[in-house]
Every structure is written in structure tokens, then in C-alpha cells.
Design a protein around this ligand. Structure first.
Ligand SMILES: O=C([O-])CC(=O)C(=O)O
Ligand SMILES: [Mg+2]
Length: 548
């Protein structure tokens, strides 16, 4: 076995221990004199990181610092973020990641992950072989078509696969060496970036869906050959690409789309808990979506599956779901709808007035997936509060400025009646002598846990049932005293344990469905724990695991 020595070892972010190498290691690996003459613990190193973070005045500054840390010491990066997830999630992920993406070409320092351009058609397999790790289990891939609520930002969207995969490790303990962030570059229609000299993508506009899909076909097929155990996680494609590509591959390969299925899972978890608070069932509720794109369609589909499990027929379930988009209410006379939207276009007179739609449909739950900040106006919140004792208001768009309404607005305008969650974390709200705890309906409670279950079981397919099970598992882990304060989701401080329990429940389903490719263990939680990455330096000899 070979291993790196001296300066090469210090430059290997997987193996580097920096000031924590032991005397013996320093001797053995030619490090004497190349590092300060101390042997520190991980905890002392984290203390130094926190001190340095404390000198940064913005979250973007903290983000850049942490990515630099990751570039030279992966263990210390994960140790830091896993030491306080509630503090670090908003920095390495939403909402800071949104700003980091907008400036990606400007703050870029080191390559991370892979960039695959459509101009390389015909060579994808060879290119994938350039990746140093041979056993890749997850590729998170975007084409930058619809990043968060920010629209088409092309190559700047690469921040998202990078950030999402960090959460596989940070939230659910999937070991980082198995993760590959990928930007599939088919151009961008973003004029600003096309003219930015520091932009890092192809300077061309996007091709037809047909040309794009044929390139994605080549990519997906190449992955099967080069990384046969790999699950492909699609992230932040435009709504129609997200839905179409998922349909194209889901029955043939191990793939899922987080915006369709993961977001649906976490919102479903919130709906399950909202129903618990109200003492109703999901099937007693009527749902009105603002936004009818990938997140809305994915959620509506998963929700209807959950309603069918409660005993409704699919038609009954679909009849309880209404949608409203930029062109008004989806109703049966609309001629501009995709097939996957038509199932929610019921008989109703056309309207472009969301408040009027609320007054006539009388939904119990409104769900904002519009990407447009402030669209749940005071009039909207008052209208839904007028027709409900406890209106459920989910303002899911992100980052923060894109939320349909803030927590404070929801609780104040509804006079404390709202059961509320958002896509980003808002602080607690004090109203009329009560403290309300707004939850964060973010898919980071779901996709890392589902990922861990897939990783541990080597699942051959990803199904909607796995996301429904994850939703129930997450919902079940909110303690009653917090539910009483309106909190729909578990606290982020204990996220690793929450996700281990969730992964175990999903893993049971994977085995029950016959999709596992490993032997069924007796104790599923213990089995998941065996797979969990620990942010600790490897014992000396494990340094020899430098990528072949
Ligand atoms: O990344 C997030 O925070 C949630 C998400 O998937 C999206 O907005 O596309
Ligand atoms: Mg997304």
C-alpha cells in the first residue's frame, strides 16, 4: 500500500490532520518541521476555527472560510459543522448558499466536484473516469436551470450540489468520499452571467429540451457503467425538466429528484403534524397551492398517495388539491397546462385573484411554492384565517426574501391562529403573550436520511413510498410540548439522531420492498449507525486510504 508523505499529505484534504499529527506520524510521514511542533486534539482545532469564524462579519464571509477549511481539512470541516448544526446549516446551506451561488464565479477558489459540458457529448464515460474515487454512491447533479427561488443561474448553480452533498454527511452521516457534486453545463439564458467575464460556464444559451435530454441520457447511462452502485440525485432543474427527467429514469435506474420528492416529503411531514395539532386527518383537509411547478406538482402527487393510504380513491384525493399559478387558478378551461398539471385543474370559474380563490375554494391549508416573496399578503392571510379556526400556512419559497410571508406576518395577521412553517428558518415570534415556534420545512430533514438508507441498503431504486415513510418518521419525532407551540418539525440541534432514526425506518421499507442489495440486518438502527461517518481523524494506518 502506498501513502502520501510530507507536503503531499498536508495537501490532501481527506487525510490531512494539520496540527493533530502525532509524534509517531510526523516521523513516519516525513512531517517533522513541516507543521508546528504540537499535537492538538480535534476539539482544540475546532476552538481555533470558531475563533476565526468569529472575526468574520457576514455569513458569506463565514461560508467562504468554511469552504476553504474543507479544501484543506475535510475532517475538521465536518467536525465543525456537526458540532452545531443549527448554527452552521444556514451558513453552508440555505439561505447563505443562495448568495454564494449568485456570486459563485466571483468567490471561486478551488475546483470541487465535476463539470460536464454538453460540448463533450460522446465522451461522458471517459470524463467520469477522471474522478479519483472509484466507488461513488451519490451524484447530485444540476443544470442550474432553477436554483432555489433564483431562477436560471447556469454554472453558478454548482454551489447547490456541493452544499446538498455536504448535508448527506453533516445531517445523516453518509461518508463524504462517496459523494460527487456535478454541474451538467448546457448553457444558460441568464444574460447577466453570459456577459460576466468571471462566469465559469459555457457562454451559450440553452438548447432544446430534446438536445438536453439526449445529453442527460448519455450521462445517466455512463454513470451506470462507471459507478454501478451510484444513485443520481437531481436538484434544481426547471420544473418541467425535473418532472420529465424523473419520469424518464425512475423505473429504470436508481434516481430521485429532491425538489419533487424531497420537498414533498418534508411538506407532507409538516401537514401530518398540522393535522395532529388540529385533531384532524390529512384527508379532512383541502389544499390550495400558490405555484404549480416541480415542488408543487411533486408535493401534490406525494400528498395524494398519502391520502390514498388514508382510504380515499386517487380521484377523491386529487379533488382536494387546487393550484394557482402566474396565470391564475388551474381550472378545466385553461389551455396552457402540462399534462401533469391538468389533474389538479378542476371545474371552477376562471380567476386571477388569489384571495377570491381562497374565499370560494375555502382551503384549510395554503402552500406557497411560487418563488415570489410577499405573495401571501395581509389580505391572503386574513382570507384564509376567515374561513378556518386554525389555517395552515406554509410559505416555502427561499432564500429568505422569497418567502411568501414571514413568520411574524403569518402569526400577526392571523391573530395567532396560523399553523405556520417556512422554507427558511425564522426566529420565534411573540404575539399576545404567546411564543410561536416557526419550523423550517426544508428538505434537509429528508434527502440526507433517504440517502443514508439507500447507502446502507444499496437500494436499487428510489420510490415515493420511501419519501412518505421518511415524512412520517420526521413528523413522529417532534415532541408534544413543541407541537403545542406550533412547531411542525424537529429541532435542528439534534438533526443527526433524527436522520438516523428516519433512515432506519426508510431502510426497513427498502428491505420490505425487495429493493435492498445487502443482507437484512436484525437491528436496523444499529445497522444504520454502523454506516455513519464520524468526524474524527483516522487511526494512523488508515491514512493509507488516499484515493487510488
Ligand atoms: O435547497 C433548499 O433549501 C430547498 C430546495 O431544494 C430548493 O429550494 O430548491
Ligand atoms: Mg432544490
Amino acid at each position: 500500500m502506498s501513502h502520501k508523505n510530507g507536503i503531499d499529505l498536508l495537501r490532501d484534504s481527506f487525510a490531512n490532520k494539520s496540527t493533530a499529527f502525532t509524534e509517531d506520524e510526523k516521523e513516519r510521514y516525513g512531517l517533522v518541521g513541516l507543521v508546528p511542533d504540537v499535537t492538538e486534539t480535534e476539539d482544540i482545532q475546532v476552538q481555533r476555527v470558531l475563533l476565526q469564524l468569529g472575526t468574520k462579519s457576514t455569513d458569506l464571509g463565514r461560508y467562504i472560510y468554511l469552504i476553504d477549511l474543507l479544501d484543506h481539512n475535510e475532517t475538521l470541516f465536518y467536525r465543525t459543522i456537526m458540532s452545531d448544526p443549527a448554527r452552521f446549516l444556514p451558513i453552508i446551506y440555505d439561505p447563505t448558499i443562495g448568495e454564494a451561488c449568485l456570486k459563485f464565479g466571483h468567490i471561486y477558489r478551488q475546483p470541487r466536484g465535476m463539470y460536464l459540458s454538453i460540448t463533450r457529448r460522446g465522451k461522458v464515460k471517459e470524463i467520469l473516469k477522471n474522478w479519483p474515487q472509484k466507488d461513488v454512491r451519490f451524484i447530485c447533479v444540476t443544470d442550474g436551470g432553477r436554483i432555489l427561488g433564483l431562477g436560471d443561474i447556469g454554472a453558478n448553480g454548482m454551489g447547490i450540489p456541493i452544499g446538498k452533498l455536504q448535508l448527506y454527511t453533516g445531517c445523516a452521516g453518509v461518508p463524504p468520499q462517496y459523494l460527487l457534486p456535478m454541474y451538467l453545463d448546457a448553457g444558460t439564458n441568464n444574460e447577466q452571467y453570459l456577459h460576466d467575464p468571471l462566469y465559469l460556464g459555457l457562454r451559450q444559451t440553452r438548447p432544446s429540451a430534446e438536445a438536453l435530454y439526449s445529453f442527460v441520457d448519455e450521462f445517466v447511462e455512463a454513470v451506470q457503467e462507471v459507478f454501478p452502485k451510484c444513485c443520481i440525485h437531481f436538484e434544481d432543474w426547471t420544473g418541467s425538466d425535473a418532472v420529465h427527467l424523473l419520469e424518464r429514469y425512475r423505473d429504470k435506474y436508481c434516481v430521485y429528484n429532491d425538489d419533487v420528492q424531497g420537498t414533498a416529503g418534508i411538506v407532507l411531514a409538516g401537514m401530518i403534524n398540522a393535522a395532529k395539532i388540529k385533531g384532524t386527518k390529512l384527508s379532512d383537509e383541502k389544499y390550495l397551492f400558490l405555484g404549480a411547478s416541480s415542488a408543487g406538482i411533486g408535493l401534490a402527487g406525494l400528498l395524494c398517495s398519502a391520502l390514498v393510504k388514508e382510504g380515499l380513491t386517487l380521484e377523491q384525493a386529487q379533488s382536494q388539491v387546487y393550484m394557482f399559478d402566474v396565470n391564475g387558478l388551474l381550472e378545466s378551461t385553461r389551455t396552457d397546462l402540462f399534462d401533469f398539471q391538468k389533474i389538479y385543474a378542476h371545474k371552477h370559474k376562471p380567476t386571477r385573484d388569489f384571495v377570491a380563490a381562497i374565499e370560494s375554494i375555502r382551503p384549510t391549508t395554503i402552500i406557497g411554492v411560487s418563488t415570489v416573496g410577499g405573495t401571501f399578503t395581509q389580505a391572503v392571510v386574513e382570507a384564509v384565517s376567515g374561513v378556518n379556526e386554525r389555517p395552515v400556512i406554509l410559505a416555502l419559497s427561499n432564500p429568505t426574501e422569497h418567502a411568501e410571508c414571514t413568520a411574524e406576518q403569518a402569526y400577526t395577521w392571523s391573530k395567532g391562529k396560523a399553523i405556520y412553517a417556512a422554507g427558511v428558518q425564522f426566529p420565534p415570534v411573540h404575539f399576545n403573550g404567546q411564543t410561536f415556534l416557526p419550523g423550517q420545512a426544508n428538505n434537509f430533514y429528508i434527502f440526507p436520511a433517504v440517502g443514508m438508507a439507500i447507502f446502507a441498503t444499496q437500494a436499487s431504486r428510489v420510490t415515493d413510498e420511501m419519501f412518505i415513510e421518511a415524512a412520517h418518521a420526521v413528523a413522529d419525532q417532534v415532541p408534544p410540548d413543541l407541537l403545542n407551540q406550533g412547531l411542525l418539525y424537529p429541532l435542528q440541534s439534534g438533526i443527526l439522531e433524527i436522520e438516523i432514526q428516519t433512515a432506519a425506518r426508510v431502510a426497513i421499507l427498502v428491505f420490505d420492498s425487495g429493493l435492498a442489495r445487502v443482507k437484512r440486518p436484525k437491528d436496523m438502527v444499529a445497522f444504520i449507525r454502523e454506516h455513519v461517518y464520524k468526524p474524527e481523524y483516522a487511526a494512523e494506518l488508515a491514512i493509507e486510504t488516499t484515493p487510488a
